[in-house]
Design a protein around this ligand. Structure first.
Ligand code: COA
Length: 703
C-alpha cells in the first residue's frame, strides 16, 4: 500500500473544503469553522460555486481554480454531485477525498459510490467514507470534521465505523481522561478500510495504540493480515455479534456484519484485543496507549483495602488471568511493610494502616522483582493518608525501581482528592481508574497484547507431504461427470491427499467385487451406498455396519441397492462402498464453510448431542497451526472429555490437532473449488493411538 498517499489524505498540508458555506448550521459551515477554531496551520481553500468569500476567505468555484496544491478535499455537497467533484479533484492532483456526504451504499446507491471510487482510482486518489464525520488530528491541529472539538490529546487513534459514536467519544475523552491523537471516521469504507488504517497507523509516529469500533469488515483477510503484522496494540469493540444486532448493522452500514463466531475467532487469531463495551474500549485503550505489554501471567495486586482486593481478584479471574500466590521470598519481604494482620500472599493487603512509606517500599520492591510481570496498585481513600502523597510515592517507587518494560495500573477509590491524584498519575503516564476491577481488566489487556504477539510469532507452516494435484484430479473428474456433491469415496480421496487418516473405503460395483474387496480389507466391515444424490445415507437404508463374512456381504449388497432405489428411484448409484470398521472412539466433527468476510473457516466440536443440541463448537479462520488446533480442543466446553475426564484415559489430542491443521490447509488450498466440507465422525482414540476420519463429505462450488 502507498502510505504516502494516505499520509497526504490523513495528515494534509492543504485542504479544500468542497461545499464550504457561510450559512451557520450547515455542515459545510462547521467544517470550515472547525479548521480555524482548532488552529489548523496548513492551506485551506473553500470551494463554493456561488459565494466569492466564505467565512472571510477567498472562495473558488472549483478545485481546478485553486492556485496551490491540494492534499485532501473534504466533500460536503449532495451525493449526486460527487462523481463530478471526484473528476475535478483527480484532475487537480488531490491525494484523497474525505467524503462526509451521505446518500450512497447505505441507502442502496452502491452504483454512485462505486462511480466515485472508480474515478478516484483512475487518478490514484484514495477515498475515505462516504457517510462520515471527517478526521481529527491533534498533532496537526486538524479538525476536518463536524465533531465539536479535537479530542483530549494522547497517544491513541480511534477509527470508528459509526460517525455518531465518534462524535460522542470525542467530547467524552475529556471526562473519561483518555487521550487520543487521532480520530478517523471510516463510514461506508468504499475504499480506505480498517486494514489500510492498521498499516498506516502502525507506521504513524504519534500513535501508540489503535482503538476501533467495528460493525463489519469489508475485507476481512486484508484486516487480518495487517493486524497480524502490526507492532502496536489494536483494541476493538465489535458490535452486531447478536443475530438481531447483525441485522441492524447490515442495514446501517450496508456492510455484512458476518457470523459472530467467525468474527470472534478471526479477531483473536489476528491478535486483536477485544473490548466488551464502550467503557471497556476507553479503559483498555488508556492502558494500551500508556504502558508496555505484560510478558507473563503473574499479576501482583497491592492494596490497602481487603474489599477492593477481592473485587480485583474476581476481575482478574473474569479477565482470564487468575491470581497466583506470590513466591516465598516476595511474601517474606512484603511482610516487613505491613502489620501482623496484613496478607502478603496475593492480593497483598497492606491494610488500612498503609501510609506513603509502605506503598512506596512495597511498590518499589515488587515492581523490580522478576516474578512480577505486572502490578495493579489499589488505594481506598482513608483519613490517615493524602491521595496525592500516595500517588507521588507510587510514581517515585516506579522511577526508583529502574524497571521500564513492565506495566502498572492504579485504582484510587475515593472522592475529589483521589480524582485529582489520579489526574496527576495520568499526566505521569500511569493509567489510573476509579474502580479496582477496571484497573485489573486494563492490565489483562496488556497481557492479551503480549499473548497475541506470541501467537503471531508462531504462524502456520504448511505441510509439504500433501498431494494437491491428486486432490484436484478427483475434483476435476467429479466435475466432468457434472457432480457437485463428491461421493464419500471421492471426498476421502481428497482428504487423503492432504495426509488426513481416513478409514479405508473401496467401491464395489458388483456382488463379486464386493466380496473380493471385503476379503482384502478384512472383517468386520461397513457397507454404504455411494451416490452423489443420496446425502443422508442412513435415512435411505443405505448403510449397514458389523458385516462379518462373505455371505453377509452378498446379502447386504443387494438389500442396500434395493432400499436406496425404493427411497429415490432416480438416484445415480455408483455402487456400494466397502469400508473397514474402525473401532469405536470419541466422536468428533470438523466442518468448513467459506465465510464472506474471512474466506475458508472451520468448525470443531464433539459429535452427537454436543454439536447438535448444546452447539458446543469452536471456529477458526483457516489455516491453523497444530498449536492453534490444540487450543481449539480446549476451547469447547466438552474439551475436558478429550483431556480425560472422570478417570477416562486422555484422547490423542496431538493427532487430532494435526488433523485440524491439515484439514485447514486443505480448505485453503482448494478454496476455489470447495464450498463446504465435513468430516463426521472422526473417531479419536487414547493417547498415542491416533484418530481416523470415518466419513467425509465435500460439496463443490457452483461454477
Ligand atoms: N462544489 C462546491 N460547492 C457546491 C457544489 C459543488 N459541486 N455543489 C453545491 N455546492 C455548495 C452549495 O452551494 C452549498 O453552499 P451554500 O451553503 O453557500 O448554499 C453547499 O455546497 C452545500 O450544498 P447544499 O446543496 O446546500 O447541501 P446541504 O448543505 O444541505 O447538504 C450534505 C449537503 C453533504 C451535508 C448532505 O447532502 C448530507 O449528506 N448530509 C448528511 C451528512 C452526514 O451526516 N454525514 C455523516 C454521517 S455519520
Amino acid at each position: 500500500m502507498n502510505l504516502e498517499v494516505l499520509n497526504g489524505m490523513l495528515r494534509p498540508k492543504s485542504i479544500a473544503v468542497i461545499g464550504a458555506s457561510n450559512k451557520e448550521g450547515k455542515i459545510g459551515y462547521t467544517v470550515l469553522k472547525n479548521l480555524f477554531a482548532d488552529g489548523y496551520s496548513g492551506e485551506v481553500y473553500p470551494i463554493n460555486p456561488k459565494d466569492k468569500e466564505v467565512q472571510g476567505l477567498k472562495a473558488y468555484s472549483s478545485v481546478l481554480d485553486v492556485p496551490g496544491e491540494i492534499d485532501a478535499a473534504v466533500v460536503i455537497v449532495p451525493a449526486k454531485f460527487i462523481p463530478q467533484v471526484a473528476e475535478e479533484c483527480g484532475k487537480k492532483g488531490v491525494k484523497g477525498l474525505i467524503i462526509i456526504a451521505s446518500g450512497f451504499s447505505e441507502v442502496g446507491r452502491k452504483d454512485l459510490e462505486q462511480a466515485v471510487v472508480d474515478t478516484a482510482h483512475q487518478y490514484d486518489m484514495r477515498v475515505l467514507g462516504p457517510n462520515i464525520v471527517g478526521i481529527l488530528s491533534n498533532s496537526d491541529n486538524c479538525n476536518a470534521s463536524f465533531a465539536p472539538c479535537l479530542p483530549l490529546p494522547g497517544k491513541a487513534a480511534l477509527v470508528s465505523q459509526s460517525g455518531a459514536l465518534l462524535i460522542a467519544m470525542d467530547t467524552s475523552t475529556y471526562t473519561r481522561r483518555v487521550g487520543f491523537d487521532k480520530m478517523i471516521s471510516i463510514g461506508n469504507m468504499s475504499d480506505v478500510n480498517f486494514g489500510d488504517l492498521v498499516e498506516w497507523l502502525d507506521a504513524d509516529e504519534n500513535t501508540a495504540c489503535m482503538s476501533f469500533y467495528i460493525e463489519g469488515l469489508k475485507d476481512g483477510r486484508h484486516f487480518m493480515r495487517a493486524a497480524r503484522e502490526a507492532h502496536k496494540p489494536i483494541v476493538a469493540l465489535k458490535s452486531g455479534v447478536s443475530a438481531h444486532g447483525a441485522a441492524a448493522a447490515a442495514s446501517h452500514t450496508g456492510s455484512l456484519a458476518g457470523s459472530g463466531k467467525i468474527y470472534e475467532a478471526a479477531l483473536e487469531q489476528a491478535g486483536v484485543i477485544r473490548a466488551a463495551d464502550l467503557n471497556n474500549l476507553f479503559d483498555r485503550t488508556l492502558a494500551l496507549s500508556l504502558q508496555p505489554p505484560m510478558q507473563g501471567d503473574n499479576m501482583l495486586i497491592l492494596t490497602n483495602g481487603g474489599g477492593v482486593g477481592v473485587l480485583a481478584t474476581d476481575a482478574a479471574e473474569r479477565a482470564g488471568l487468575p491470581l497466583r500466590f506470590a513466591p516465598e521470598d516476595v511474601q517474606t519481604e512484603l511482610k516487613k511493610h505491613m502489620p501482623e494482620f496484613g496478607s502478603a500472599r496475593n492480593p497483598v493487603d497492606l491494610t488500612g494502616m498503609a501510609g506513603v512509606e509502605w506503598y512506596h517500599d512495597t511498590v518499589r520492591y515488587s515492581f523490580a522483582h522478576p516474578w512480577v510481570d505486572g502490578l495493579a496498585v489499589l488505594y481506598c481513600e482513608t483519613a490517615m493518608t493524602i491521595p496525592q502523597e500516595i500517588a507521588e510515592s507510587i510514581k517515585q517507587a516506579i522511577d526508583e525501581s529502574g524497571v521500564t518494560g513492565k506495566p502498572i495500573t492504579v485504582s484510587f477509590v475515593g472522592g475529589e482528592q483521589s480524582e485529582a491524584a489520579m489526574q496527576w498519575l495520568l499526566e505521569q503516564g500511569i493509567p489510573a481508574y476509579d474502580a479496582p476491577d477496571t484497573a485489573v481488566n486494563a492490565l489483562a489487556a496488556l497481557r492479551e497484547f503480549a499473548q497475541g504477539r506470541d501467537t503471531m510469532a508462531k504462524p502456520f507452516v504448511p505441510f509439504n507431504d500433501v498431494d494437491e494435484e491428486a486432490a484436484r484430479a478427483v475434483i476435476a473428474e467429479a466435475r466432468a461427470d457434472g457432480c457437485r456433491n463428491l461421493t464419500e469415496i471421492e471426498s476421502k480421496a481428497v482428504f487423503k491427499a492432504y495426509g488426513l487418516p481416513v478409514a479405508q473405503t473401496r467401491l464395489a460395483t458388483s456382488e463379486e467385487e464386493a466380496v473380493r474387496l471385503a476379503e482384502q480389507i478384512g472383517y468386520p466391515l461397513v457397507m454404504k451406498i455411494v451416490s452423489p444424490d443420496i446425502l443422508h445415507k442412513s435415512d435411505a437404508g443405505g448403510v449397514k455396519v458389523g458385516i462379518k463374512n462373505a455371505a453377509e456381504v452378498r446379502e447386504t449388497y443387494h438389500t442396500i441397492l434395493k432400499s436406496v432405489r425404493a427411497y429415490k428411484p432416480a438416484a445415480d448409484l455408483h455402487g456400494v462402498a466397502i469400508q473397514e470398521m474402525a473401532p469405536w472412539g470419541t466422536e468428533v466433527i470438523l466442518g468448513s464453510v467459506n465465510d464472506p468476510t474471512f474466506g475458508p473457516a472451520m468448525m470443531f466440536g464433539l459429535g452427537g448431542i454436543f454439536v447438535e443440541i448444546l452447539k458446543d463448537v469452536t471456529f477458526r479462520v483457516a489455516p491453523v497451526s497444530p498449536e492453534q488446533g490444540l487450543k481449539m480442543l480446549s476451547d469447547i466446553k466438552a474439551g475436558a472429555i478429550l483431556a480425560g475426564a472422570r478417570g477416562e484415559a486422555p484422547r490423542d489430542r496431538a493427532a487430532l490437532a494435526d488433523i485440524l491443521s491439515r484439514y485447514s490447509q486443505m480448505i485453503v488450498a482448494l478454496e476455489d473449488e470447495v464450498a463446504e466440507s465435513d468430516a463426521n465422525p472422526v473417531l479419536v482414540y487414547e493417547e498415542g493411538q491416533g484418530a481416523i476420519v470415518v466419513d467425509a463429505r465435500i460439496i463443490l462450488k457452483k461454477k
